[in-house]
Design a protein around this ligand. Structure first.
Ligand code: ZN
Length: 267
């Protein structure tokens, strides 16, 4: 979102190309009509959704799905558009945003700016992981009656929205919490530790440009650097960064997602 915002905020959208009828869902039929000729007012992120607010009281809602990406470049170069580029936006200042999404798990929609919170994809989302509601008390309240594993509870977008698999694994390791523990067994001390670790990890990840595993890149096409700072994620069999060779990092599957953890350090 930050890369998109830097190139588009304050500029007028001069051209919109919709190159196929749908991603996960159909593109809005009036997408071109609503965007072309309008100035981009501001951007906002909610959970994993990007909201671009434009003149006329509308917001374009964008989700990149599993591996979609938005690449920002200069318009009107002679470069061949990349394969699977399904949506292109251009500004009168010469910026170009291309949405490439081979698997088409992404989504694009329009919503009235003053009704963003009521959109069907946003209405049931939980608290923001970077908001002041992430406190010891807030987390304790959230997990008080949940018997699901803490790993699954942290990934539940209805509880905390926008916290992904990598960052949950990293947070649980840093706090010494076993991923299979029932969420309701979290102690006050652990809730306090998590409430500090979650925003810390996300801020570090954003500052280093995110985590590039297979294909994630930033808006300017460069890879992120946070994968080099992962302590457990993707490090199955490697020595634990805390307790060393005695206890290699283990990988298990929970709710269909990989969990990486140290069986010694995480109680
Ligand atoms: Zn360890």
């Amino acid at each position: 979102m930050r890369g998109f915002r830097d190139a588009f905020e304050g500029h007028r959208i001069s051209h919109v190309s919709v190159n196929r009828p749908d991603l996960r869902w159909p593109f809005p039929a009036d997408l071109r009509e609503k965007l072309e000729g309008k100035r981009v007012l501001s951007f906002r992120r909610r959970a994993k959704y990007i909201l671009m607010r434009i003149e006329g009281g509308w917001s374009m809602l964008l989700h990149l799905g599993m591996s979609g990406r938005l690449t920002i470049s200069r318009a009107r170069t002679n470069a061949t558009p990349p394969a699977h580029e399904h949506l292109v936006l251009e500004t009168d200042s010469g910026a170009r945003a291309g949405l490439v999404d081979p698997r088409r798990f992404g989504s694009v929609d329009l919503v009235r700016t003053n009704e963003e919170e009521d959109h069907r994809l946003l209405a049931h989302l939980g608290m923001e992981p970077l908001s002041p509601t992430i406190t010891r008390g807030g987390l304790a309240q959230l997990f008080r009656e949940r018997r699901t594993p803490i790993k699954s509870a942290l990934l539940d977008q209805k509880l905390i929205a926008g916290l992904g698999n990598i960052y949950v694994c990293e947070a649980l390791f840093r706090c010494g919490i076993h991923p299979e523990r029932q969420a309701c067994t979290l102690t006050d001390v652990e809730a306090q530790a998590l409430s500090e670790a979650i925003p810390q990890i996300l801020e570090q990840a954003i500052a280093s440009g995110g985590s590039s595993l297979r294909d994630y890149v930033q808006a300017d096409g460069t890879k992120g650097g946070f994968q080099d700072l992962h302590l457990v994620y993707g490090r199955e069999g490697a020595p634990c960064p805390n307790c060393g060779d005695a206890s290699p990092i283990r990988r298990i599957t929970q709710s269909g997602r990989s969990t990486f953890f140290c069986p010694t350090c995480q109680k």
